[in-house]
Structures are given as structure tokens and as C-alpha cells.
Write a protein that binds this ligand. Structure first.
Ligand code: DX5
Ligand code: ZN
Length: 218
């Protein structure tokens, strides 16, 4: 049984029935919380207050994805709230290594995300500073977009490089992940899968999670 994780994104949940929607994804590995500030991306979601309530309410650990400017300043607060992992964007961080160390110091898994046009080669020498790397498979900002298969070669190179160096870093994909696209991402080396519309758009989110797990490990 391969070691893989399915992280439903609550961007596609019902924001006024969040508790009920969290219960519907109790079989998930992590709850993926997308924080957007309307600056780094052209969309706005929620901030630390909401994430803290989700953290207190959810039995499933939290995977926070920060699509915000100035993560150097704001990301540690999400680790302090108790998020299991905090991922910031490489494009937005001033001192990514310092920030990753701070997140770990605060007890969170440190994650770094790259947009589709951002190369990952610069991360090869510092893989050990991170617990997870998120390769975006859509332009960040919105749920329900189409999976960018053209990101697979980048992911595969990162995977090969990580294994060659003996790194245990988790490789995450986010955007357009569904029953029909997840196998491609798994094949390219992803082990952690974010899915918003594919989970919350299903009649039974629990079944959708299991279907994704099945396809990813096929
Ligand atoms: C998009 C967010 C994703 C989003 C994915 O910028 O980072 O987490 O919720 O949604 P789907 O799975 O619908 O593409
Ligand atoms: Zn996300």
C-alpha cells in the first residue's frame, strides 16, 4: 500500500455549514485550507480566525495553503494556531529558508508552493529544509479549474531529484485533481493530493475520497 494522502480543499465546501462539511470528510488525511488575500491571488477567502475555529472543530489535521503576500510575516501565526502543515508560496516569500525553519520550530510541517510558471530547480539544494513541496496544477486562486498536465514533467524531475538525494519530502499537487487526473499526478511522483470540487461536488464526499485513493494507488 503506497503512502499517499488525500486532502480535500474546503474552498469548495459550504462556508456557512462548515462544521457539517468537515464531518463529511472525516476519512480524509488532512483538511486543506486555502487562505487568499486578494493580493497574491485575485480572490479572498478567510484568515487566521476562521482557520483557528476549523482547527478546533475538525478531527482531521489541517493543511494550510497560504496564497498571500508577505508570508514571512503571517505564516508563523498559522503554525501557532496548531495547523499540522503550513505552506507558503516561494514567489511571495522574502526569506523562505528562515521562514521554513520558523514553521518547524513552531511544530508545523513546513511547505513551499510553486505556481505553474515557477521553476523548482532552485529548491533541489534545500529540500531538507521542507517537509512538503506543492506543485500547483492550476493558476492559484480558484477551485474548479482544469488540471494542467504540462506540470507533470516538472513534478517528475522534482521527484527523481528528491529520491536521488534520499529526501523524504512529500510532493503535493493542487488544482484540477479528480478521478480522471489523479493517476497522472501519482505516476509523476505526487504522494499528497488536494481536491476541492471533486470531493465537495460529489453526492458522497467520503466515497469520492476513497475513489481518489483507489485511482492514485492503481
Ligand atoms: C486553488 C486552491 C485549490 C482549490 C482546488 O488555488 O489552491 O486548493 O481548492 O480546487 P479544485 O480541486 O476544484 O481544482
Ligand atoms: Zn490549495
Amino acid at each position: 500500500m503506497p503512502d499517499l494522502r488525500i486532502n480535500p480543499s474546503i474552498l469548495s465546501a459550504d462556508f456557512v455549514n462548515m462544521q457539517a462539511d468537515l464531518e463529511r470528510i472525516a476519512s480524509a488525511d488532512f483538511v486543506h485550507a486555502d487562505v487568499m488575500d486578494n493580493h497574491f491571488v485575485p480572490n479572498l477567502t478567510f484568515g487566521p480566525q476562521m482557520v483557528e475555529r476549523i482547527q478546533q472543530t475538525s478531527p482531521v489535521p489541517l493543511d494550510v495553503h497560504l496564497m498571500i503576500t508577505d508570508p514571512d510575516r503571517w505564516a508563523p501565526g498559522y503554525a501557532e494556531i496548531g495547523a499540522a502543515s503550513v505552506t507558503f508560496h516561494l514567489e511571495a516569500a522574502t526569506a523562505p529558508i528562515t521562514l521554513a525553519r520558523r514553521l518547524r520550530q513552531l511544530g508545523a510541517r513546513a511547505g513551499v508552493a510553486v505556481k505553474p510558471a515557477t521553476p523548482v530547480e532552485g529548491l533541489y539544494d534545500v529540500l531538507d529544509e521542507f517537509d512538503q513541496i506543492l506543485v500547483m496544477t492550476v493558476e492559484p486562486g480558484f477551485g474548479g479549474q482544469s488540471f494542467m498536465a504540462d506540470q507533470m514533467p516538472k513534478l517528475a524531475r522534482l521527484h527523481d531529484e528528491a529520491r536521488r538525494r534520499g529526501s523524504q519530502v512529500w510532493l503535493q499537487v493542487d488544482g484540477g485533481i479528480s478521478e480522471s487526473t489523479i493517476a497522472q499526478a501519482a505516476e509523476a511522483g505526487a504522494d499528497t493530493f488536494v481536491a476541492g470540487s471533486a470531493v465537495f461536488g460529489a453526492d458522497d464526499p467520503g466515497q469520492a475520497i476513497e475513489a481518489l485513493r483507489r485511482e492514485a494507488s492503481a
